[in-house]
Design a protein around this ligand. Sequence first.
Ligand code: THU
Length: 163
Amino acid sequence: MEKKQIGFELSIYQDVSELSQSEQKLLHAAEQAQKNAYAPYSNFQVGAAVLLENGEIIIGSNQENASYPSGLCAERVAVFQAGARYPGVALKMLAVTASSRHHLVDSPAAPCGNCRQSIMEYEQNQKSPIVILLKAEKGPIYKCNSMADILPLAFNSSFLGDS
Ligand code: THU
């Protein structure tokens, strides 16, 4: 029997001023996008912004529905839009911000499992990491170096064989 530890590097910043200009710009784009969240059920607003290798920034926000599972997270709204508008263009960085109408969100909301799985496929296809920046209304900012870091042992198309 063998045991293996799987860890990852999480960078924690106390203030946006510690980030690069392009990181700050992407977080700002996510915060702007967050204002257009349609979240009448959860009252939890999420914004996402993706920086592409061609310099474009694509934004998204969570879009809910009276039939709850029909809604979509901000991250997938942004990343799917990027894939639809700029197929084959690599995603360099994804910023995610969140707030709530019920309470002060003071620690970064991390992408849900479905978003991690969806974004992981883009990362694997492009063969380069997608940096992830996470920020709440208050509190620290987190940076992860890749989606693979926060989705270890991921399922991917290789398991399906070459049908
Ligand atoms: N949500 C996101 O947009 N991204 C996440 O990573 C977590 C959750 C949304 C989905 C739903 O509209 C609301 O937040 C509450 O779950």
